[in-house]
Design a protein around this ligand. Structure first.
Ligand SMILES: NC(=O)c1ccc[n+]([C@@H]2O[C@H](COP(=O)([O-])OP(=O)(O)OC[C@H]3O[C@@H](n4cnc5c(N)ncnc54)[C@H](O)[C@@H]3O)[C@@H](O)[C@H]2O)c1
Length: 452
C-alpha cells in the first residue's frame, strides 16, 4: 500500500482520534480546523482533548512526521481522502444544525479535484451527504462521496476506532467502492457496504436511538426497583435478564446511572424525531427516552436531599462531596454532563458546602463550567454525603478505610456510577455509612416523593 494522504476536516474529539489513528496506521494526515489554538497545539504535538491515550498518540505521530495540522482549507488539495468530522449541534428547533457542515464543505470546495474521496463522518440526518455533494462539492469536481457513521465511544475511543466495523454508503457505486476500499486497506476492519448514503446516515441515528432507549429502560427498571417494597438490586435483575438469548443475540440491557450526557445521545434521538416530523410522522420514542434519561440528575438530587433532611442536616450546614463531573466514566468530556443539572439543583435548594472532584477534567475546563475542583481527600473531609457521579479508575483506590477516615459518621454514600459490589457495600454499612445506588434500594421517603 502506498502512503495515503488524508485530510481530516474538523479536528475536535472525533477528528483528532480518527486523524491520530490513521497516522499510526501509516497515512500522512493533515488535521484542518478553524480553531487556531487547537491547530497550534496539535502542530506542537500536544493534544488538549481529554481522551485516554490520545495525547501520547498525537505526540508520537507528530514526532514521526505523519500528523500535522493547519487552519488552511487549501490543505485538502493534497489529500487522496478527505474525512469531514465537524460538529452537528442541536438547533433551537431540536433538529440538526447543519451550519458547520455546510461551512466546511463550502470552504473545501474550491480546493477539491476529480477522483478525491470525501467521507462525511459527522452525524447528520439522511439526505445531507447527497445534498452536500449535489449543491456544494460535485459542481466543483467529480469527487467520490460517501457517508460513514462514526460510532466510537469516548473513554475508549482509540481502541474502538481500531476495531469497530465501518459502514459505508456512497452517492453512487463508485463512491461506495472507493470509500470501502480505503477503510478496508487502512483500518483492516470489516466494512459493511449499504446501497445509499441515506441508509448509512440512518444507521448512526439508529445506533444512538437504541443506546438512549436501552438506557432509559435501565433507568425505569432502576426507579421501579427503588420504589418497590422489597430490597431489589437492579444490577442483579439486569444481569439475570441479560442471560436470555433472543434471536441471534442476548438481551443486553445497559446500566442505569445518574443520567445521560455528552454530545451525541443528548441530540441524536431528536434528529430522528425531527426527521419523522419533516416526513409527516409523529414518532414517540425519542421524546420518551430523552425525558426518562434527563430526569435522572433530579432523581439523584432527591435521594441526597431526602437523606440529609431525614438526618436533620440543613442545606446550609451540609457538606457534600461530588466525585466526578465529566459526562462519562474515564472521559474528561464535560459537554452536557448530567452532573451540571445535579449541582444546579443542590444550589437552588441552598446547599452551599459542595466540593467537586474530577481528576479527568482540567482546571481550565472546570473554570469554563464555573467550578473550582478539589482533590478527593479534601472533598471527602467531613462530608455528610458523597455522591459518586463517574466511575473513573482514579476513584477506585478510595476504599472503605479512606471513607472511614474522612467522612462524617453515618454519612450517605450515593452510588450514581461506580457500582460497588455487595462485599464493599456490606463493608461500608458495617462502617456505619448508608449506601444507596440508582436502583439499588432507595430510601422509602424518596420512593414516596417520586409518587407524590
Ligand atoms: N464525540 C463523540 O463521541 C462522537 C461520536 C460519534 C460521532 N460524533 C459526531 O462527530 C461530529 C464531531 O463531533 P466532535 O465531538 O468531534 O465535535 P467537536 O466540537 O469536538 O469537533 C468539531 C471540530 O470541528 C471544527 N470546525 C467547526 N467548523 C469547522 C469548519 N467550517 N471547518 C473546519 N473545522 C471546523 C471545530 O473547531 C471543532 O474543533 C459530530 O457530528 C458528532 O455528532 C461524535
Amino acid at each position: 500500500m502506498g502512503m495515503k494522504n488524508v485530510a481530516v476536516v474538523g479536528f475536535g474529539y472525533i477528528g483528532s482520534v480518527i486523524g491520530a489513528v490513521l497516522a499510526s496506521r501509516g497515512c500522512r494526515v493533515r488535521g484542518v480546523d478553524l480553531n487556531a489554538q487547537l491547530v497550534a497545539d496539535i502542530s506542537a504535538g500536544r493534544c488538549p482533548l481529554p481522551e485516554p491515550g490520545l495525547a501520547e498518540l498525537v505526540e508520537t505521530q507528530v514526532a514521526a512526521g505523519r500528523l500535522s495540522a493547519t487552519t488552511d482549507m487549501a490543505a485538502v488539495a493534497g489529500a487522496d481522502m478527505i474525512v469531514i468530522t465537524v460538529g452537528t449541534p442541536l438547533s433551537d428547533s431540536f433538529d440538526a444544525d447543519l451550519g458547520h457542515i455546510r461551512a466546511a464543505c463550502g470552504a473545501i470546495a474550491p480546493h477539491v479535484h476529480d477522483g478525491q474521496v470525501i467521507v462525511i463522518k459527522s452525524t447528520v440526518p439522511p439526505g445531507v451527504t447527497r445534498l452536500m455533494a449535489d449543491e456544494i462539492l460535485r459542481p466543483q469536481a467529480r469527487v467520490l462521496m460517501a457517508f460513514s457513521p462514526e460510532r466510537l465511544a469516548e473513554g475508549n475511543a482509540i481502541a474502538e476506532f481500531n476495531r469497530l466495523p465501518i459502514v459505508v454508503g456512497g452517492i453512487d457505486a463508485a463512491s461506495t467502492a472507493a470509500a470501502g476500499a480505503f477503510w478496508r486497506e487502512v483500518m483492516g476492519v470489516e466494512v459493511i457496504e449499504v446501497t445509499s448514503p441515506e441508509a448509512a446516515e440512518l444507521v448512526k441515528l439508529a445506533d444512538n436511538q437504541w443506546i438512549d432507549l436501552n438506557i432509559a429502560l435501565a433507568h425505569e427498571l432502576a426507579l421501579l426497583a427503588d420504589a418497590l417494597p422489597w430490597p431489589i438490586d437492579v444490577l442483579e435483575v439486569i444481569r439475570g435478564a441479560n442471560s436470555l438469548k433472543k434471536g441471534q443475540h442476548y438481551v443486553n440491557i445497559l446500566t442505569p446511572s445518574n443520567g445521560v450526557g455528552g454530545y451525541c445521545l443528548t441530540k441524536d434521538p431528536w434528529f430522528i424525531d425531527a426527521l419523522g416530523k419533516r416526513h409527516g410522522l409523529e414518532l414517540k420514542l425519542s421524546a420518551a427516552g430523552r425525558s426518562v434519561n434527563d430526569a435522572m440528575p433530579a432523581y439523584v438530587f432527591d435521594q441526597v436531599d431526602l437523606f440529609l433532611k431525614a438526618r436533620g442536616t440543613a442545606p446550609a450546614d451540609a457538606r457534600i462531596a461530588v466525585l466526578g463531573y465529566s459526562f462519562k466514566t474515564n472521559s474528561g468530556d464535560c459537554r452536557f454532563t448530567p452532573v451540571a443539572p445535579f449541582l444546579s439543583a443542590l444550589t437552588a435548594a441552598g446547599y452551599a458546602g459542595v466540593a467537586v472532584c474530577d481528576p479527568t477534567v482540567s482546571a481550565t475546563e472546570a473554570a469554563q463550567h464555573g467550578l473550582s475542583l478539589t482533590g478527593w481527600q479534601e472533598a471527602l473531609d467531613g462530608a455528610d454525603a458523597v455522591v459518586i457521579m463517574a466511575g473513573h479508575d482514579a476513584f477506585r483506590p478510595i476504599d472503605v478505610a479512606a471513607f472511614k477516615s474522612r467522612l462524617a459518621p453515618g454519612a450517605l454514600i450515593y452510588d450514581g456510577r461506580i457500582y460497588y459490589d455487595h462485599d464493599t457495600i456490606a463493608a461500608l454499612e458495617a462502617a456505619g455509612f448508608v449506601y444507596r445506588g440508582v436502583g439499588r434500594s432507595a430510601l422509602p421517603e424518596a420512593a414516596q416523593r417520586q409518587h407524590a
